[in-house]
Ligand binder design. Structure first.
Ligand code: NAG
Ligand code: NAG
Ligand code: NAG
Ligand code: NAG
Ligand code: NAG
Length: 573
């Protein structure tokens, strides 16, 4: 039995029979109307012989859709006409002896499936994460967190829909698969007629701890990247189960933002993920993923010192609180993302959580691609124009901008800072904040991602595409500003602008519509909708209310930065 069931014993029933009876006990009038209308539609469809194309089985018409999975029945709910299944367990809880191990799939033969019908109407607890970035050692969430969610506009398997699997961001340290404005939802599933899946995956020290001690105790003699293995387990679950939710297991698009994009970058080089997805859309990923297990394990030794652990049983017995207190959050090179969006200091790097472990990720993705070992699928590499805006809210004048750039880049020499001041001229910006944001966004994120996109373009046989989202929200967004900020494209795609901008304007709505138009074509065909938007080699799309195509975004700035070795200062995680 999985623990969710134990926590909600009242919600599980034992057969499909009682489940279906539930649907007859409809009391609210609108639900009754809905049921009647749906029945009517079904009858009409039957009468006109239309069922195979448009009909839905009775489960889609009732308030509690029930679907069979490999582990048994799950009962979801109907939201805005979409079948929603929340918190389906996809592996054994990664606790006790399962901590810091590959996820263990649920299986009837090991008695880890459920009996009766699983109540999939509440999201699973998010994975353990710091309460916030000023209090990294205070954990919230739960170690028992391997749950996924499904949104399906139609459960009719005869008309299999494309599937989009979402990987949330949060530095591989925080977040979950059901955040408002930043997750799949009934509206986007209905609008695009795709099946959406999202998941919680292990994060931070519980998801990415690399240590010799753990490697020695593992079958593969590797450690780390547990969070990536969780994501891969979800992709396997999709292969085995999504047909019953109306999805086509042969048309799976993986999309994610920030560290969700970085996860996709990793999976594009993982033999364990090969064949499990067919298109990829990493948004605002990190370009560097090359830390070796040896380096990571050495850097993480401090964790053994602080915990006093010398063997695996000690590690498995640690409380989550102790793990969070003793993790190398701020010990250089730290895991925390402190100021990676700022101008770098020469020689100062951050500790990566994702590592080249030799198993999940056998080599750094770009090296793997160069050797023909890519998970070679059509891919859209994307960024927003002001990736790093949130770090610069305190710059208010041009002279602050100039002194900040000069002071921060001093370690690289004045030739570099002078040239960069020239390459981002004040005349082109409406505010110094924006100017600094463009400089640091290019330096830390966009230009390094050009390198990644270029290598993919050269070594994948599949087409790859590149866009920069340049449109701004119609109004300043609280805590951000009025820029194309980190996460803006994902939020727009999900239809989440209304959740962060009080009254979205037509241009906000058009941005969502244009992004959905381009991406839904890509999901279906492997190519974006705009015919002028060609593969990376020859074009970069600037996405706003409409699509404008250019040959290269910020060519002079990127070529200067990359020529001068700034690739090494790309965002980590
Ligand atoms: C799991 O095993 C039980 C008992 O053998 C069986 O009744 C049930 O149908 C199985 N469930 C699935 C999903 O195969
Ligand atoms: C997911 O994250 C959001 C934002 O931090 C939070 O409000 C919500 O409670 C989380 N969901 C779960 C199921 O923990
Ligand atoms: C972080 O969480 C702590 C509670 O542990 C709270 O006191 C503090 O105000 C929070 N800080 C921020 C910036 O939200
Ligand atoms: C802005 O904040 C950063 C980080 O806290 C600090 O280093 C910098 O001096 C501040 N700049 C100004 C102009 O206040
Ligand atoms: C990882 O890549 C960075 C940037 O190219 C480089 O500076 C660093 O030496 C590389 N590390 C390893 C272990 O290859």
């Amino acid at each position: 039995m999985v623990s969710r069931l134990e926590r909600n014993p009242g919600h599980s029933t034992h057969q499909q029979g009682p489940e279906l009876k539930d649907t007859i006990k409809i009391t609210r009038q609108d639900d009754m109307m809905l049921a009647l209308l749906s029945l009517l539609a079904l009858r009409l469809a039957l009468a006109t012989g239309d069922l195979l194309q448009h009909g839905a089985p009775p489960t889609a018409a009732i308030t509690s859709p029930v679907v069979m999975t490999e582990c048994g029945l799950v009962k979801g709910s109907l939201e805005q006409g979409v079948n929603v299944f929340k918190g389906i367990p996809y592996a054994e809880p990664p606790v006790n002896q399962n901590r810091w191990k590959a996820p263990v799939p649920l299986s009837n033969s090991t008695g880890t499936c459920w009996s009766g019908t699983y109540d999939a109407t509440t999201f699973g607890t998010q994975c353990t994460q710091p309460i916030n970035y000023t209090d990294l050692t205070h954990p919230v969430g739960n170690e028992d967190c391997l749950y996924l969610n499904v949104w399906s506009p139609s459960l009719d398997g005869s008309d299999s829909l494309p599937v989009m699997v979402w990987i949330h961001g949060g530095d591989l340290v925080d977040g979950n698969g059901s955040m408002v404005a930043y997750s799949p939802n009934p509206e986007v599933a209905r609008d695009l007629q795709f099946v959406f899946v999202s998941m919680n995956y292990r994060l931070g020290p519980l998801g990415f701890m690399t240590l010799d001690l753990l490697s020695k105790a593992s079958e593969t003699r590797t450690s780390g990247n547990y969070g990536f293995m969780d994501q891969i387990q979800v992709l396997k679950w999709v292969q085995s189960n999504i047909r019953n939710f109306g999805g086509d297991p042969n048309k799976v698009t993986l999309f994610g933002q920030s560290s969700g994009g970085t996860s996709i970058y990793a999976l594009l080089a993982s033999p364990l993920a090969a064949g499990l997805f067919h298109r990829a859309w990493p948004m605002s990923a990190s370009a560097i993923l090359n830390k070796t297990s040896l380096e990571a394990s050495r850097d993480n030794q401090v964790f053994l010192t602080t915990t006093g652990c010398a063997d695996i049983q000690c590690l498995l017995g640690l409380s989550v609180e102790k793990i969070f207190t003793d993790s190398p959050w701020t010990v250089y090179p730290s895991w925390a993302m402190a100021d990676q969006g700022n101008i770098p200091v020469k020689g100062q790097f951050y500790g990566a959580l994702a590592v080249v472990d030799g198993y999940v990720i056998p080599q750094s993705p770009m090296d793997a691609w160069k050797q023909g070992k890519a998970v070679d699928v059509p891919t859209v590499f994307s960024n927003v124009a002001e990736e790093t805006d949130k770090y610069h809210l305190n710059i208010t004048t041009w002279s602050e901008y100039r002194s900040e750039v000069t002071r921060q880049l001093a370690s690289f020499g004045s030739e570099i800072s002078n040239k960069l001041l020239q390459l981002y001229p004040e005349s082109q910006y409406s505010s110094p904040k924006l100017q600094l944001s463009d400089l640091t966004s290019d330096l830390r994120v966009i230009c390094p991602m050009d390198v990644v996109a270029d290598v993919a373009d050269r070594y994948f046989t599949s087409f790859t595409y590149r866009y920069i989202a340049t449109q701004w929200p119609s109004q300043p967004v609280q805590g951000r500003g009025r820029y194309a900020f980190h996460g803006w494209d994902a939020i727009a795609f999900f239809g989440g602008i209304k959740d962060i901008v009080p009254n979205p304007s037509q241009s906000d709505l058009d941005f969502t519509a244009n992004l959905r138009r381009e991406i839904s074509a890509f999901v279906k065909t492997g190519e974006p909708a705009s015919r002028t938007w060609k593969p990376t080699k020859v074009s970069t799309a600037l996405l706003g209310s409409t699509t404008t195509v250019t040959t290269f975004y910020h060519r002079d700035q990127c070529s200067f930065l990359l020529r001068n070795g700034f690739f090494s200062y790309a965002w980590i995680n």
